[in-house]
Design a protein around this ligand. Structure first.
Ligand code: COA
Length: 182
């Protein structure tokens, strides 16, 4: 067993001009790459082994990050299943000139531990030592269940649904259907 704090990781990086998009703000892809990196380090520390990224939930870029900001990504293992771990990441941007810190987003990376043959392998359990860890673990469990439902809806239900029902489900949307023979 390990606590949620044992593998806690903070990654801080300066947003340099080559990270900017055409609008002068930091590219979403740069942030995604940093999130993936901190999720990897955190999960690998928890299980003391090799991990892979399986899914990402909750990534939103609602508040842009500027060149010159110092971005910190604080990550913890919030939830563990048998072979998977949900790493919660809080992203903050500090403007070093003004000292203002903005919480730009929080997201969740599901990482799976792999053995030397590339097969998913069991990870240590979590020892929950405070209320916050308990709440996050329950959230992680809910997230896993919601992700399963979403996966089922998108990958299975829509593929088996009759076209008439699909048409009904998009009534009122800004589309015109002109499929020959429909
Ligand atoms: C995801 C992967 C490990 C699943 O392997 P699998 O042999 O089907 O194994 P399982 O079905 O037993 O799933 C293993 C774990 O992954 C979780 N998982 C599988 N698919 C998932 C998904 N879409 N979202 C979240 N978790 C998922 C399962 O819940 C399980 O967790 P648990 O053991 O804690 O309950 C496998 O498909 C894989 O290796 N994918 C490639 C990952 C990768 O290379 N990532 C880098 C991106 S370039």
């Amino acid at each position: 067993m390990k606590t949620t704090f044992d593998a806690e990781t903070v990654l801080t990086e300066l947003m340099i001009p080559s990270y900017a998009n055409f609008g002068g703000k930091v590219h979403g892809g740069i942030l995604l790459s940093l999130m993936d990196k901190v999720a990897y380090v955190t999960a690998a520390k928890h299980c003391s082994g090799y991990v892979v990224t399986v899914s990402v939930e909750g990534v939103e870029f609602l508040s842009p990050i500027e060149v010159g900001d110092l971005v910190s990504l604080k990550a913890r293992v919030n939830y563990v299943g048998k072979t998977s771990m949900i790493v919660g990441i809080r992203v903050e941007a500090l403007n070093p000139k003004t000292g203002v810190v903005r919480h730009t987003n929080s997201c969740y990376f599901t990482m799976v531990a792999k053995d030397e043959h590339g097969k998913p392998t069991e990870v240590p359990g979590l020892l929950l030592t405070d209320e916050e860890s308990l709440r996050r673990f329950a959230e992680g469990k809910a997230l896993k269940s919601l992700a399963k439902q979403k996966h089922q809806l998108l990958k299975e239900e829509f593929h088996q649904m009759p076209l008439s029902e699909i048409k009904k489900s998009i009534e009122g949307e800004r589309v015109d259907i002109q499929i020959i023979g429909l």
